[in-house]
Design a protein around this ligand. Sequence first.
Ligand SMILES: Cc1cc2nc3c(=O)[nH]c(=O)nc-3n(C[C@H](O)[C@H](O)[C@H](O)COP(=O)(O)OP(=O)(O)OC[C@H]3O[C@@H](n4cnc5c(N)ncnc54)[C@H](O)[C@@H]3O)c2cc1C
Length: 384
Amino acid sequence: MTATPTAGRLTAREEFRAFADRHIAPHADAWHRAQRTPPEVVRLLADEGLLGLPVPREYGGGGGDAVTLGLLAGELGRACSSVRSLLTVHTMVAHAIQRWGSRSQRETWLPRLAAGEIVGALAVSEPGAGSDAAAVTTRLVRDGDDWVVNGHKKWTTYGETAGLFLVVGRSEEGPTALLVERDAPGVRTELIEDMIGIRASMTANVYFDDVRVPGGHVLARPGLGVSHVVGAALDLGRYTVGWGCVGILDACLEASVDYASTREQFGSLIKEHQLVRRMISSMYTDARAARLLCLEAGRLRDERDPGALAATSTAKYFAATAAGRAAADAVQIHGANGCGPDYPVQRYLGDSRVMEIIEGSAQLHQVGLAEYAFQERGLRRRQR
Ligand SMILES: Cc1cc2nc3c(=O)[nH]c(=O)nc-3n(C[C@H](O)[C@H](O)[C@H](O)COP(=O)(O)OP(=O)(O)OC[C@H]3O[C@@H](n4cnc5c(N)ncnc54)[C@H](O)[C@@H]3O)c2cc1C
C-alpha cells in the first residue's frame, strides 16, 4: 500500500479545505490580533462533526481514521494554527479517555466531547515541568473516595475556555492523571496574553486550589499518568501538530507564490529572481515531503503498525522544522510587508516557532529519533 489517500479521503480533504476557506481563513488574522477564538467557532466545528471526528461512532463521534483526521488538521492548520490547536488538544483528551478510561469514563465523557458540549484541554506543563513531564509537582491526595488537587498548570491551550481538564499531578504512586471539570470549586484560569504564536488559542495558567475530584475521575492506574496516559495523548498530539505544520507549509507556499507573482523590483516580478525561486522551490519540496511523511504516519497508525510511533515522531519533527524554514522564507519574500500586519506570513512565522516547541521540542525528537535508528539497526542485525 502506498502513502496515498483514497478517493474518499480526497473528497474529505476537499470538504475540509472548503470549510476552512469559508469559515476559518478569512477571520484568522482578526482572531490572532484579538487573541481570542470566538465561541461560535467551537460550535461550528462541533456541529460539522469535526471536533468528534476520531471518536468512535458508538460514543457519538465520526469514527474517522487517522489519515482523515490528519487531512482535517492539515486544512485547519493552513487556515489558522490556533483553530488547529483546538482540534489537537480536544482530540488528545478524547483519545486518552478512549485509550485509558474505564467503560464508565468513556460513556460519560466521549459523547460530550464528540458533541463539543465541552472542550477538552491538556494540563500537564507547569512552571518547573516542561519537556520532563514526570517532574510535575501538582499534588494529588486521596481523601476518602475523593482526590484533592493543588497546583499550578501553565501554557494550557484553550485553558481559558475548556470545560474539562486532563490534569497530571503527583500522587503517592507517582505521576497520576485525572479529569477535572472547569466548574469544580477551586479551579481558576488566567489568560496568558502576548504569545509569539497561536495567539488565538487562549492559552492559560490554570490554578487548582483544594479542588475535590471524585475517585472515578482518575484515568488508568495511579502512577501511570505520564508513561501511559500522557504518552498516548502526546502521540496523537504529535500527529495532528505534524499535519498542522503541513498546513503552515502550504499556506507559506501559497502566500509566497502569490506575492512573488505580483511584486515588481528592478523592473521585473520578484519571482524572476533566482534567489527568490530557490526559497520557493525549498518550500515546495518541504511541503510535499512533510505531507508524505504525515501520510505514512497516518497509514501506519491506521494499520496499528508498531512503526507508527517512530513514523509520527519523524513526521512531526520534519514538518515542524520545515514549517519554521518556510515561514522565515515567506517573510523574507514579502520583505517589509512580511513584517507588517497586512499579510498573514507574520502570523505563520510566530505559529511555526511554537510548533518546534510543543508536543516534544525539536531537540527531544532528535534525541528520540536517533534512538529509533540505533534500535532498528540492532533489530536488523539480530534478524540476520
Ligand atoms: C503556545 C504553547 C501552547 C502549549 N500548550 C500546552 C498545553 O496545552 N498543555 C501542556 O501541558 N503544555 C502546553 N505547552 C507547554 C509545552 O508542552 C512545553 O513548552 C514543552 O513541553 C517544552 O517545555 P518547556 O517550554 O518548559 O521547555 P524546556 O523543557 O525547559 O526546554 C527548554 C529547551 O531545552 C531543550 N531541552 C530540554 N530537555 C532536553 C533534552 N533532554 N535534550 C536536549 N534538549 C533538551 C528543549 O528542546 C528546549 O530547547 C504549550 C507551550 C506553548 C508555547
